[in-house]
Write a protein that binds this ligand. Structure first.
Ligand SMILES: [Zn+2]
Length: 481
């Protein structure tokens, strides 16, 4: 069987989070009654004038800088003509030859791919990022269709990659990375279920090592990362089988049927669409000076990968800890705020990863809604560090903090949980445990030293969990030997 190279490029649409729409003052808000956020501009009435949204342009520049793009000194909007019910003007204001951002890159790898395997680090080139207006949302019912113009005119970024993605796992990692950066920089929420992030895949196969590209197949309207991954895996198999059987492909657009787990033909492209792009006559070109760009650059938030590297270097975390803590910006900020307050940031990281994130997911709330603020968790860590409480007692304290929001110190005092480090007090328990368990003492003396664990358990029970475990072991050994 012949071997093939897989060539994948992704077009990702991201709705920009702004107060108002791209060219009018209607609110940019998801989930309202259909057709309630509309005006003559976004409904395309004759004679209306668009006014560009500065917030959307600024955020597109931020996206470009976060993704290592060059920002155009001079760019413009263009009209893309097409006739369809989702676009009331019969043209969309978009950008054709002079987009805001070009030549960027997206770093992938390090993080787990869809299959849970580690991916080697790789950079995927970005061709461009341009800004346009979203179209209305069509919903198809049995015998009729509904159209909601609330979405028409919402600012929409299109991020186009170079055809440098080689596997479904890389595509998944690429999308994960884009989404993470958009959320870090507060450019968009990227909730795919709400259509705030949408993805088209271009995929072709060519004989291994060949410099000529195969026939490009487009898969449209994928609405989850999972669907992107599965459709790519499916398409690779389908095209490979075709080429192996000597078939030829023609350029076509396919859809994804999630229930059947397969792509299906939507339309073949006989010729390229003629959108008759021309410069939008109602809008001035947009210009940026170096100074403008630098002003934005200094406001950029730290990128997720940079944050990971800093956590490892400054706080002595493992790769795994740093990756988990930076997946979500709010969690990373939480850790950052607490880490400077404690002596052992690694201990804080462990508590966030193993306890806090678990409690949050069980309660189905975000870290911003958590009753324990970073300062409080840091205070609890300090109680462990200075041996006021043991790690075991801390679990009890933590769970109480999580539900009540009380300070660790208050809980420890209220419930009398201070760890006993007074030798004579612990020794009393040790002697009691030895006196009560003669058979185990025999076992220990005959060389079965593993019964020490049993004695530790007995002493902890007698002290109601408050004895310092290291001291317990020391004193047991002293009294048993
Ligand atoms: Zn409007």
């Amino acid at each position: 069987m012949a071997e093939y190279d897989v060539v994948i490029g992704l077009e990702v649409h991201v709705q920009v989070k702004t107060n108002s729409k791209m060219f009018c003052s209607c609110a940019n808000r998801y989930g309202e009654e259909p057709n309630t956020l509309v005006c003559p501009v976004c409904m395309g009435y004759p004679g209306v004038m668009p006014v560009p949204n500065k917030e959307a342009i600024d955020k597109t520049v931020v996206a470009g800088l976060m993704l290592d793009c060059e920002i155009a000194k001079y760019s413009k909007f263009d009209r893309k003509s097409y006739f369809y019910p989702d676009m009331p003007k019969n043209y969309q204001i978009s950008q054709y030859d002079l987009p805001f951002c070009e030549h960027g890159k997206v770093k992938i790898g390090g993080n787990k791919g869809f299959s849970g395997k580690d991916l080697p680090p790789k950079e995927i080139g970005l061709t461009r990022i341009h800004l346009e207006e979203d179209v209305a949302k069509l919903t198809h019912f049995g015998t009729y269709s509904g159209v909601d113009y609330n979405r028409a005119g919402v600012p929409l970024m299109e991020i186009v990659s170079e055809p440098e993605i080689a596997t479904a796992d890389e595509a998944y990692a690429y999308l994960t990375s884009i989404k993470q950066i958009m959320q870090y920089a507060k450019i968009g929420n990227c909730d795919m279920e709400k259509g705030q992030m949408r993805c088209d895949v271009n995929i072709s196969l060519k004989p291994k090592g060949s410099s000529e590209f195969g026939t490009k197949i487009e898969i449209k309207n994928l609405n989850s990362f999972r669907a992107v991954h599965k459709s790519i895996v499916y398409e690779i198999k389908r095209q490979r089988r075709g080429y192996d059987n000597g078939e030829t492909f023609q350029q076509e657009t396919r859809g994804w049927n999630d229930d059947r787990g397969e792509t299906y033909l939507m339309r073949t492209k006989e010729s390229a669409h003629d959108y008759r792009y021309f410069p939008e006559p109602d809008l001035l070109p947009v210009t940026f000076t170096d100074e403008d760009v630098e002003k934005v650059r200094v406001t950029l938030s730290e990128a997720p990968l940079a944050k990971q590297a800093r956590f490892i270097a400054d706080y002595n975390l493992t790769d795994y800890d740093a990756e988990v803590l930076t997946q979500n910006r709010e969690v990373a900020d939480y850790f950052d705020a607490g880490a400077v307050l404690v002596d052992t940031p690694k201990l804080l990281a462990n508590w966030i990863i193993s306890e806090l994130l678990r409690e949050l997911s069980e309660a189905n709330i975000s870290i911003d809604e958590c009753k324990i603020v970073p300062q409080q968790l840091a205070d609890m860590i300090k109680l462990i560090e200075n041996k006021t409480i043991s790690g075991k007692i801390a679990k009890k304290v933590f769970s109480e903090m999580f539900s009540s929001g009380k300070d660790a110190k208050v809980i420890v005092e209220e419930q009398g949980l201070v760890q006993v480090t007074d030798e004579s007090a612990i020794e009393k328990f040790v002697i009691e445990a030895i006196e009560n368990n003669a058979p185990q003492v025999e076992q220990y003396k005959s060389g079965k030293t593993e019964v020490l664990k049993y004695f530790v358990g007995q002493v902890m029970k007698l002290s109601r969990g408050k004895a310092n475990p290291q001291l317990v072991i020391e004193l047991l050994k002293k009294n048993l030997d």
